[in-house]
Design a protein around this ligand. Structure first.
Ligand code: PMP
Length: 452
């Protein structure tokens, strides 16, 4: 009988021989963690060591791991009907679309795909076609923000504003432009937060004008920048961007791939602001990542341009797996759990508590800023609080490594090229218990104390 250690070693070797991992470079000295199981906020590796996953995987396991009723929902649906293309229809897709639409105020149509990238690609295609069908044949450009992430496929990557993820794959899709987002921690002295946020919003308008406004099709942005380092705008920013869009005939796409489904303390992140997006994309927390599913929600008055009965007026987009019946059944059950367990209120409560208990960290020599919305938090690490020089790689790596040694998985985000990959991120399952919460806080406090 092979020992547990030998079994793990054999898997590690097979992994090394066969898997090309996403984004990470592993080698003999630095093998990937092989995860065996999960329950609640906790995952267990192949050696039986437990970690609290304070990143919910890739910001997605909102209801936590090991939910039997989600497995059951998938099982029942697969047994009954495993596959229906979305050129036809089925009950879980119908019920889920009705449910999502209700959460959005009942005036959207729901288009199903598989991933966040897919959902954004659908948005780009339909925005271009919408303008075509309105006779606006010159509108094809999109504007997004530096530091924002919108996915890995060519269009979604073109919208992404993080150079390191892009430069080896260029040239990307023509017509994607970028402006700087508000970074309130680094706003210039002498400006109020409101003035600064309005000024940053006006960068969209400047771009629209310089580029010839009749060429601009859409703006895409997250309600707050997540992967780019948790940058939370003042409400005047988002509201001004919508006003600019309306004035210039530009459609506003809000990417809720991370911010949706309670993460920021509302059903959707944009609901913190007084805006009504034209298009909303969602994925991750929609199924809590139990199965792949994503959605592009389109305002009905926009959809009507595609429903004219004229030849070639419909959206020429199809994908095989989008709206998969088991994935829709799981999404429905996942939304039921979020409601039943009041996880959106819990997100607000845990987020508030986290801010309060971590306030003491503000005095730490390397903590420049702590910011968040709902149960989503960023701790910006700096070398020098006056100059705000980002913390060194070594320092950030040590803090994150020490968290892991103590059983806590945290994230690291920001913008690598500009040197601002210095934000420690927390995005734990919304289902964290009070004990889980205390564990997160105790490890953070211990690790920061040891790294003073
Ligand atoms: N938009 C945002 C805001 C994201 O964070 C991500 C993924 N991290 C995506 C889109 C792309 O999603 P996917 O990886 O499912 O394609």
């Amino acid at each position: 009988m092979a020992t547990a250690k030998e079994q793990t070693n054999s898997l590690v070797e097979k992994d090394r021989n066969n898997i090309w991992h996403h984004i990470s470079a592993y080698n003999e000295k630095n093998p990937p963690m092989i995860v065996e199981s999960g329950e609640g906020a906790w995952i267990k590796d192949h050696q039986g060591k437990r970690y609290l996953d304070a990143m919910s995987g890739l910001w997605c396991v909102n209801v936590g791991y090991g939910r039997e009723e989600l497995a059951q929902a998938a099982y029942e649906q697969m047994k009954k009907m495993s596959y229906v293309p979305m050129s036809q229809s089925h009950e879980p897709a119908i019920e889920l679309a009705a449910k999502l639409n209700k959460m959005l105020g009942d005036d959207y149509k729901i288009f199903y795909s598989n991933s966040g990238s897919d959902a954004n690609e659908v948005a780009f295609k339909l925005v271009r076609q919408y303008h075509q069908q309105n006779g606006d044949h010159s509108r094809y450009k999109f504007i997004s923000r530096y530091r924002g992430y919108h996915g890995s496929s060519m269009g979604a990557l073109s919208a992404t504003g993080q150079a390191l993820r892009k430069f080896k794959y260029e040239p990307l899709v023509p017509g994607f432009l970028h402006v700087a987002p508000p970074d309130n921690y680094r706003k210039p002295a002498g400006q109020t937060i409101e003035e600064y946020n309005i000024q940053r919003a006006l960068e969209f308008e400047e771009k629209i004008i310089w580029e010839q406004k009749e060429t601009i099709a859409g703006i895409i942005m997250e309600p707050l920048i997540t992967g780019g380092g948790i940058l939370i705008p003042h409400p005047v920013y988002v509201e001004k961007v919508q006003e600019i869009c309306t004035r210039h005939g530009v459609l506003l796409i809000i990417d809720e791939v991370i911010c949706g489904f309670g993460r920021t303390g509302k059903p959707f992140g944009h609901q913190h602001f007084n805006v009504k997006p034209d298009i909303i994309t969602m994925a991750k927390g929609l199924t809590s990542a139990y199965l792949p599913l994503s959605v592009t929600a389109i305002r009905k008055d926009i959809y009507e341009k595609f429903d004219t009965g004229e030849e070639n007026s419909h959206l020429r987009h199809v994908n095989t797996f989008g709206g998969n019946p088991a994935a829709c059944a799981v999404a429905l059950k996942n939304l039921e759990i979020i409601e039943r367990e009041n996880l959106i209120d819990r997100s607000v409560e845990l987020g508030d508590r986290l801010h309060k208990v971590l306030a003491s960290l503000k005095g730490h020599p390397f903590v420049g800023d702590i910011r968040g919305l709902g149960f989503l938090l960023g701790i910006e690490l700096v070398e020098n609080k006056d100059t705000k020089e980002p913390a060194t790689n070594a320092r950030i790596g040590k803090i994150i490594g020490d968290c892991k040694t103590n059983g806590l998985i945290v994230g690291r985000n920001g913008d690598t090229v500009a040197g601002f990959n210095n934000v420690l991120t927390l995005c734990p399952p919304l289902s964290c218990t009070d004990e889980d919460f205390d564990f997160i806080v105790s490890v953070l406090k211990k690790v920061f104390k040891e790294n003073e």
